[in-house]
Write a protein that binds this ligand. Structure first.
Ligand code: AHG
Ligand code: MN
Ligand code: MN
Length: 374
């Protein structure tokens, strides 16, 4: 069957560059390297069960997480592709302890830093579940001399571009360079990404939330109230939300990008009694917040916009809320206590709803329990 829209990624990139800027040419070359790496990773994932590539390597990464063989493969493939491009002076990855510099391959003036979560959702590798790769591209602050570690530690607001590859039933690329969000689907027979959506707009609200509710007893303050509100008729959708949680942020976000809703992995109380986030600011939260914002949504910690956070370290973790305006705004209001004190969300950010109070939540719980015969 012929392609309904035979626009390849290459054609799309050529069309986007009406004035032939050097920035755009370099971005196009770099994206081409990243998508080549993604095609190799996609191919490896398809045959991993046959090729002895499932399971763990037996080592742990800098974050004390067990490394899967596919984590290592995706990391080496993506980082290697960036190095070979000659445009990247250095990279950082969730799987590497420190920053990596490419003094030999980086041409004089190599202007870009790349940060990656090479395999997102890696608990899904051994159960044939959905996976992703997330990338962030920053331009060096100064083009004089060598790129430095400080060029890697950047606020999301300074992103030059970001994107992800989703390895699902089809392999998809979604990227933004600050002017809209575009999606491409890999035709494995042809070996090319074809444009499937141009200028994606995230709905102002959805009817789905994605979270690991099994750990709700350890969530930071306000999150339980927020989720209870989503499950009630007082939600931004005016009806109880459905839960969708894959264990892969990329996949959960992709649904939310297209259909609206919210992903939340808040700060969680650890064994030491301290609260900490799980998701990584630089490899996960910043790039996906950038894509969300370019599509009309937003990323937040519950207190501040993720893109405004000044990173203190490469592997810094944050509490993370990501999705449509209405839900992110509601989470911020409830978590900051504004809703409990009676203030309402503004009409601009979603339907105006009555304030959440402990009493309302308890009543909603009782109603649900009655309905379920408890
Ligand atoms: P990674 O596989 O890169 O370590 O990321 C996993 C992340 C995210 O993709 C997912 O939503 C979340 O961690 C799952 O964590 P839980 O298993 O704690 O729910
Ligand atoms: Mn991840
Ligand atoms: Mn990962």
């Amino acid at each position: 069957m012929p392609h309904p829209k035979p626009i390849t990624l290459t054609y799309h990139l050529l069309q986007e560059d009406q004035v032939a800027t050097r920035d755009h040419l370099e971005f196009s070359l770099l994206l081409s390297q990243i998508t080549t790496a993604a095609r190799i990773v996609a191919q490896e994932l398809r045959r991993a069960g046959l090729a002895g590539m499932l399971g763990k390597t037996g080592t742990t990464n800098v974050q004390q997480e067990e490394v899967k063989k596919l984590d290592e493969f995706a990391n080496e493939t993506l980082i290697g592709a960036c190095e070979e491009s000659g445009l990247v002076f250095g990279a950082a990855s969730e799987e590497l302890a420190g920053p990596t510099h490419f003094p030999l391959h980086g041409r004089a003036g190599a202007a870009y830093a790349v940060l990656v979560d090479p395999l997102d959702g890696s608990s899904n590798t051994d159960v044939d579940g959905v996976l992703g790769s997330i990338f962030s591209i920053y331009r060096r602050r100064s083009l004089q001399g060598q790129g430095t570690d400080a060029d890697l530690l950047r606020r999301g607001r300074e992103l030059f571009a970001a994107g992800y590859i989703l390895y699902g039933p089809s392999t998809m690329l979604v990227y933004s360079r600050g002017k809209g969000v575009h999606a491409f689907t890999l035709d494995p027979g042809v070996g090319q990404f074809f444009q499937s959506s141009y200028q994606i707009r995230m709905p102002a609200h959805g009817a789905v939330y994605s979270t690991n509710e099994g750990i709700r007893d350890r969530w930071e303050s306000g999150v339980t109230e927020f989720i209870e509100r989503l499950k009630s008729n007082d939600s931004p959708a005016g009806k109880p939300y459905s839960t969708r949680y894959t264990g892969c942020l990329t996949a959960d976000f992709h649904r939310i990008l297209l259909e609206g809703g919210v992903y939340i992995y808040p700060q969680v109380r650890g064994a030491d009694g301290k609260f900490a986030g799980k998701l990584r600011l630089l490899y996960e939260a910043s790039p996906l917040s950038y894509i969300a914002e370019n599509a009309g949504g937003r990323g937040s910690t519950g207190r501040e916009n993720v893109l405004d956070l000044e990173p203190a370290s490469l592997h810094q973790r944050v509490g993370f809320i990501l999705g449509s305006q209405a839900e992110v705004h509601l989470a911020e209001q409830i978590m900051s206590g504004v809703q409990s004190s009676g203030a309402l969300p503004t009409a601009a950010n979603g339907p105006v709803r009555p304030a959440v109070t402990a009493e309302r939540i308890t009543t909603a719980r009782h109603k649900r329990a009655r309905h379920q015969g408890r």
